[in-house]
Design a protein. Structure first.
Lengths: 376, 181, 567
């Protein structure tokens, strides 16, 4: 890898990185768009309905069998939704703080997209038997980077709530920031045992590197099985961080109209919308990487695919399958559980998850120390 | 008086207090729902089955002889709660042998579908069984005027319904068979 | 007929209750006085008794007396024994007598009524959806109240002609007729025009006109009113509107000085018919056919809907300002109208008095039919006398005005409703002086007037008329006036306020009445509009008994200046 890189001019590296970055943005955004469709379809199915099945493109729709089938799936719906956001009248209320009002959706989306730079999603097998992880930037402190950047997303929401200069968005923004702070703690604490476990004595890797975390689960336990409590806390915190039901305090339509985005319309609202789903996509990917073995096949099994380009594609495919499964899980939860009350959210975060995460941490400290001692 | 019994609530067990089993049950329920048959009706292509006594758009009907049954008694106009019906009565000319003895028929009959509430009182009250709320339920237009159904439109929508009584035919028969004075 | 002789009363026992009723009345009336209804078709309080419908059958009896001793025969419990007439008798032809016992609700009576209803309905067509009488039909009402509720008649019903023309205004539906003969008796007794009669027998019986005659007298439509079923219908009102939509308001006929009390029926601002209202001192239950047509003037093509200044349309406000400007400081001539209400005449007289104007008044006269169409064809000539709009009996022309203009005593004129050019006033004379016309309909004067201010018809305002018998009778607003048209009282009050520096004149009818009744020696003393609205008030007209009133003797009216109320 390093030799390969060294053989390139700096502009070539830059070009490759930009192409990769664009591809990833395209992939994540597409997934975000289609998770909207998935959300509508899954909710419809769970409620005994059919969901969107009317939108159709002119030429593809007229292809026999395939056209109507795709139309029935609602494949073209995200296109129509996107266009709708683009072409709607841009309305800015007179009482908002213009600069922050425009800035808020951008700030909401950027961290979501930034996080994905350090996300590994597969591995590439060189002819020399070397494996190169597929990612934009192989950061040694990847997980810290993710924690740091993704929590910036809340600024978008707080800013939107504050700059709208209106009570419902304001309440949404306040709730959002309080919720973020509460669950960030538990989330961080739930990850510490992972590092302890992965970088246990005798392992010469940096446990903060996502690639290493993934590889530690190759032909071994998934971390989900080793540390179920951590996984549970992380998952709950992930729901809270992505503002998904049952934690959608900032939005909570029933009591806050639209929450932080009440005063937003057209494309600005679209950005918020996409950012929310981008968060889900990225969050699912992170969970897959940390707890579900990333692109590796199943616990205790070696990957069944060959170590060449076919294996790369199958690996990436497997990774995506797990991610999509998790996205489905997100949706599934949303249409099953009702929203928590605000005080319940706070209660759960501070008096349940935080102590649990601390206890979990202590337990693994003791366990790892004991294993450590006994190994010596 | 019914006696009020206060039931002690059983304390929750640990697993209940985590809510996780309940969440799992909920997830199971929603998941199994995904595979149940769907109730959605694909409206413009599929039409709902209209029950026999459905109250759709009020219409005027003709008897099997193609004669208008309405004699403009204006009871429907009277009973109509939102005052959607407006009738201008008129006289049937004596020379009209088709409608002997009838004497009276609406000159103009308007039902304002913007006002109609489909209550069916007009059908209920009609002594001549001339007005029926039939199965047509979809009514739309581009202007207010279009939604005021005039006499022609009402008869077009109503068509012909079988007549159980043949009131005027019986009268004609009575006249022909010697009860005429 | 109700004729309480000498105010004497007799005691009777009505359904077991001791009551007192005026002597000489029949049992239908007597029961009605005590809140008991005896249903009837052929009986009409103002017609002779025929007793042919049999609907008013009741049980009647008198206390039994011993023939030998003349003592009352008593029951075992000591109460007098009643000798009930074995068969029911008709209430309309039985006059009350002292001690009479009457049962109006016994089983026997109810059975009788049910039987009579069944017979009446045997050949009655199921016509109610078509029938104009539906809603005010005695047959419907009594069938509901006293009928059996279903028909046992399975045979075919008779078929008879449905639209026989009896006269220019009356159509007969033979099938519906129950042969009560009210119409026949009316024609004989009130207009004395005996044209109707029954022919044929049994179920063939038919009402018809005498050969070569038709029901064309000026009272023919009263037969429609008194017809208890829908047999006689008004050709004008036929199939126009169902009666249950009609809003009824009380009014006074403005056709002539007879002042028939009327009920005007309207729906949503449109008048459909005028019917007489019972007043036993003025018109009984009748009115003329010609008076019933007068509502058509409301929607006449000659109606003035907008004010004009020199033939340019304008608002009433602008026209009023212009009129005041024109009239101010001139030697006014005020031409009043016998068709205006008492209150309007009072305001006009006040304007004339305060501006020292000359007053002119024209009468309108025609043939007197001796019943309810008097020779004086204006409703309120006596009002003009009372309000001081004229001191003399008006003539059928306005030559006096002509003369006054020629002598230059008048150089501006206010006209209310009258046509000057039609009243012997030369057009040439009017061309030089401004004319302000206030009226409802166009005439030759309105076309040459400088300012035209539209006003309301009798049906669109409230007020009072004084009829030939000096009855002050109030009429009420029936329909709203056309948009933008001011009531006459407002117009006159504003003109007065514009011309006269005086206390502000109110257009409120009650305040005007206060003014009128506070005038010294006024015949309206101690009379208020509220009183007049409640019931006609008889005024003392002896002051004018010397005037040459043109009315002949007629129903409830005797000429010769002496006012007499028939008992």
């Amino acid at each position: 890898m390093i030799e390969f890189m060294q053989s390139l001019e700096i502009w070539q590296i830059l070009a490759i990185k930009i192409v990769f970055a664009l591809m990833m943005i395209g992939a994540v955004m597409t997934m975000a768009g289609y998770s909207v469709l998935a959300e509508r379809k899954v909710s419809a199915l769970m409620q005994g309905r059919l969901g969107p099945n009317r939108t159709v493109l002119p030429i593809i729709g007229s292809v026999p069998i395939i056209g109507p089938f795709l139309q029935g799936l609602g494949i073209f719906q995200p296109l129509a939704d996107g266009l709708k956001f683009l072409f709607k009248e841009e309305i800015v209320p007179g009482h908002v703080n213009k600069i922050y009002y425009y800035l808020a959706p951008i700030i909401a989306l950027v961290p979501a997209l930034t996080t994905m730079t350090v996300l590994p999603f597969g591995e590439f097998f060189t002819g020399a038997g070397e494996t190169i992880p597929l990612m934009l930037a192989d950061l040694d402190v990847g997980i810290l980077f993710i924690l740091a950047v993704s929590s910036l997303g809340v600024y978008g929401i707080v800013l939107a709530g504050w700059s709208s200069n209106s009570k419902y968005p304001f309440l949404g923004g306040i709730r959002s920031s309080a919720q973020m702070i509460s669950y960030e703690l538990a989330m961080g604490l739930s990850l510490l045992p992972i590092f302890l476990w992965v970088s246990k004595p005798g392992v010469e890797v940096s446990a903060l590197s996502l690639v290493e975390i993934v590889n530690s689960q190759h032909q071994a336990n998934w971390l989900l099985l080793v540390q179920p409590v951590s996984a549970l806390i992380f998952l709950i915190a992930l729901f809270a961080e992505t503002n998904r039901l049952p934690f959608d305090m900032p939005e909570s339509e029933t009591d806050l109209v639209g929450g932080f985005h009440t005063e937003y319309g057209s494309f600005k609202f679209g950005i918020f919308f996409v950012a929310e789903y981008a968060h889900i996509v990225i969050g699912s990917a992170i969970f897959t990487i940390i707890f579900l073995g990333g692109w590796h096949f199943l616990p205790w099994m070696s990957d069944p695919w060959p170590a060449n380009w076919v294996g790369t594609i199958l690996g990436v495919g497997w990774f995506l399958t797990k991610t999509v499964g998790l996205i489905f899980f997100f949706i599934w939860i949303r249409w099953t559980l009702p929203r928590f009350r605000y005080d319940q959210v706070m209660d759960l975060g501070w008096t349940k998850l935080l102590p649990l995460a601390l206890a979990n941490l202590l337990f693994y400290i003791v366990l790892v120390t004991w294993l450590d001692q006994s190994a010596l | 008086m019914a006696k009020t019994v206060v039931l002690e609530r059983k304390p929750l067990s640990l697993s209940e207090r985590t809510y996780l089993p309940q969440i799992a049950t909920g997830l199971k329920t929603t998941f199994s729902n995904m595979f149940k048959p769907k109730v959605t009706l694909q409206y413009p292509e599929e039409k709902p089955v209209i029950p026999q006594n459905y109250r759709g758009i009020p219409t005027l009907v003709k008897d099997p002889n193609g004669r208008e049954k309405c004699v403009s008694c204006q009871l429907c106009e009277f009973v109509c709660p939102p005052k959607a019906i407006r009738i201008t009565p008129g006289e049937v000319p004596e020379e009209d042998l088709d409608r002997e003895h009838v004497e009276k028929a609406p000159q103009e009959f308007e039902i304002n579908m913007l006002r109609c509430i489909y209550c069916g009182y007009c059908q209920e009250v009609c002594p001549e069984e001339a007005i029926f709320l039939q199965q047509e339920y979809s009514s739309s237009g581009y202007s207010r005027e279009e939604l005021i159904n005039k006499k022609d439109k009402l008869y077009e929508l109503g068509g012909v319904l079988p007549d159980k009584h043949y009131k005027w035919d019986k009268k004609k028969k009575a006249e022909l068979e010697g009860n005429s004075h | 007929m109700i004729s309480p002789k000498n105010g004497k009363v007799v005691p009777i026992v009505l359904d077991g209750k001791d009551v007192e009723v005026p002597e000489g009345i029949n049992l239908v009336e007597a029961a009605a006085l005590h809140g008991k209804e005896i249903p009837h078709y052929c009986y009409h309080p103002q017609l002779s008794v025929a007793g042919n419908c049999r609907m008013c059958l009741i049980e009647m009896g008198t206390p039994m007396r011993d023939r030998a001793t003349g003592n009352s025969i008593l029951e075992d419990d000591g109460s007098p024994k009643i000798g009930w007439v074995p068969k029911p008798v008709i209430g309309c032809a039985t006059n009350v007598s002292p001690g009479m016992h009457v049962k109006t609700e016994s089983k026997n009576v109810l059975d009788c009524r049910e039987g009579i209803m069944e017979f009446l309905l045997v050949n009655h067509p199921l016509d109610c959806p078509i029938c104009d009488q539906a809603g005010e039909c005695r047959l419907q009402e009594f069938a509901t109240d006293y009928g059996r509720g279903y028909s046992r008649y399975v045979e075919r019903k008779n078929v008879k002609p449905k639209r026989t023309r009896l006269g220019p205004r009356v159509t007969l539906d033979d099938e519906r007729c129950i042969l009560c003969s009210r119409c026949i008796r009316f024609c004989q007794e009130v207009p004395k025009d005996d044209v109707l009669g029954f022919v044929d027998r049994g179920s063939f019986s038919t009402l018809t006109c005498f050969p070569g005659r038709e029901l064309d007298n000026n009272y023919s439509l009263n037969t429609v009113d008194i017809c208890p079923v829908g047999a006689l219908t008004s050709s004008d009102f036929r199939f126009k509107m169902r009666v249950w939509f009609l809003k009824e308001s009380t009014s006074i006929c403005q056709e002539s000085s007879a002042g028939c009390n009327t009920t005007v029926s309207s729906r949503e601002g449109e008048i459909f018919r005028i019917t007489p209202r019972r007043n036993d001192h003025v018109n009984d239950s009748w009115m003329t056919d010609s008076g019933r047509e007068l509502y058509k003037s409301v929607k006449s093509s000659e109606r003035i809907y907008s004010a004009r200044i020199k033939n340019d349309s304008t608002t009433s406000d602008a026209a009023l300002l212009e009129a005041i400007q024109i009239l101010k400081g001139k030697s006014l001539g005020v031409v009043g109208s016998c068709k205006s209400s008492l209150e309007e005449q009072h305001l006009l007289a006040q304007i004339a008095k305060k501006t020292k104007a000359k007053q002119f008044l024209r009468g309108h006269f025609g043939e007197d039919d001796g019943i309810l169409l008097s020779a004086d064809r204006t409703p309120n000539l006596r009002g003009a006398l009372i309000t001081g709009l004229t001191k003399t009996y008006p003539e059928d022309h306005l030559s006096a005005l002509s003369l006054a203009i020629q002598k230059k005593k008048v150089n501006a004129i206010i006209v209310v409703g009258e046509d000057l050019l039609d009243s012997k006033v030369d057009q040439a004379l009017l061309s030089n002086i401004p004319v302000v016309f206030i009226g409802t309909h166009e005439n030759k004067t309105s076309r040459i007037a400088k300012v035209v201010i539209p006003s309301l018809t009798v049906f669109e305002k409230s007020g009072t008329f004084v009829n030939r018998g000096f009855f002050a009778q109030a009429f009420n607003q029936v329909v709203p006036g056309p948009a933008g048209v001011l009531p006459d009282l407002n117009i006159l009050a504003r003109i007065k306020n514009g011309l006269v520096e005086d206390l502000e004149q109110s257009a409120d009818i009650n305040l005007i009445w206060d003014e009128m009744s506070s005038v010294r020696n006024s015949v309206l003393k101690e009379v208020s509009f509220t009183q007049v609205k409640k019931a006609p008030v008889l005024l003392n007209g002896s002051k004018w008994s010397d005037l040459p009133f043109v009315e002949k003797d007629a129903l409830h009216y005797q000429s010769s200046g002496k006012i007499r109320v028939k008992g």
